[in-house]
Write a protein that binds this ligand. Structure first.
Ligand SMILES: [Zn+2]
Ligand SMILES: [Zn+2]
Length: 270
């Protein structure tokens, strides 16, 4: 309707001025929000010994860390029609990944979970088994990681993100990803997420008492298997528009972007 008025030249000058002022106000607000967020990220980077990577006009800012010699990245996504917003920490563990493991709060990610069939892993802690869904390939991985003597530590780390929106803990052959479905702007929340991701990575890659990596030799066969869930792919896969790696559509949606470590692909093609 406004466009029509403009096209006909009927829009009164005071209204044009009004819209221009509103427009400028919105831009200034967005700029000040971005500035405040960048300042928050810089403080978090300083506090936790990381590097702040400013975003561009069309890209989000990020943070980079080293967790025990492994590179880690904190990424944000404001959300789009097909992928909800998120904040995530991705830690590269290529070559030492114990397999594929996913921990989700009960009730989240139903279509993604169907890929694992009837598998319902329990670690033997009734409260934890009630509140969380655990999926793994190989399926014995969950029990081995959450062995009775060490599971208290794992449970404590996972439960720290209780209260965030749909937190998930994902391990695949290349990375550990700890993600919440919200755009974290608060400094304390960010520190909590990063701390939790660091401790979860340490838990997954922890050394046994004898000093050996407990699960180092277990490998998920990558030939023909989806990089996210570790189960076979048949028809109807989607590919990353940048690196062409095939994924299940459900797995792509669940991760919100390409699962190839350090690939920036955010869109999939058939
Ligand atoms: Zn998959
Ligand atoms: Zn990719």
């Amino acid at each position: 309707m406004i466009a029509e008025l403009i096209a006909r030249g009927d829009l009164p000058p005071y209204l044009i001025l009004f819209f221009v002022i509103i427009g400028i106000g919105m831009v200034l607000f967005a700029v000040s929000q971005r500035k405040a967020f960048n300042a928050t990220l810089q403080r978090v980077a300083g506090k936790m010994d990381g590097t702040f990577v400013p975003g561009g006009l069309f890209s989000e800012p990020s943070l980079e860390f080293r967790f025990e010699g492994r590179s880690a990245r904190v990424e944000f996504w404001t959300g789009s029609k097909n992928s909800p917003q998120y904040s995530k920490v991705v830690v590269g563990i290529s070559g030492v990944s114990p397999g594929v493991l996913h921990i989700l709060e009960d009730g989240f990610g139903q279509s993604f979970l169907k890929l694992f069939g009837a598998q319902d892993l329990e670690i033997g802690d009734p409260d934890f088994d009630r509140d969380y869904v655990i999926k793994a390939t190989p399926s014995g991985l969950a029990k081995r990681l959450f062995s009775p003597d060490l599971q208290r530590e794992g449970i404590r780390v996972v439960r720290r993100l209780r209260g965030f929106i749909s937190p998930t803990f994902d391990v695949d052959v290349q990375a550990v990803t700890v993600m919440v479905r919200q755009y974290l702007r608060d400094e304390r929340d960010l520190v909590k997420l990063i701390d939790c991701a660091r401790d979860f990575t340490a838990f997954v890659l922890r050394k046994s008492e004898s000093g050996e990596v407990v699960l180092g030799e277990v490998r998920v066969a990558t030939g023909g298997a989806c990089p996210v869930c570790g189960t076979p792919m048949t028809t109807g896969t989607v590919r990353c528009e940048l690196c062409r790696t095939p994924h299940h559509p459900e797995c792509w949606q669940y991760m919100g972007r390409c699962s190839t470590y350090a690939c920036a692909g955010k869109r999939s093609v058939a």
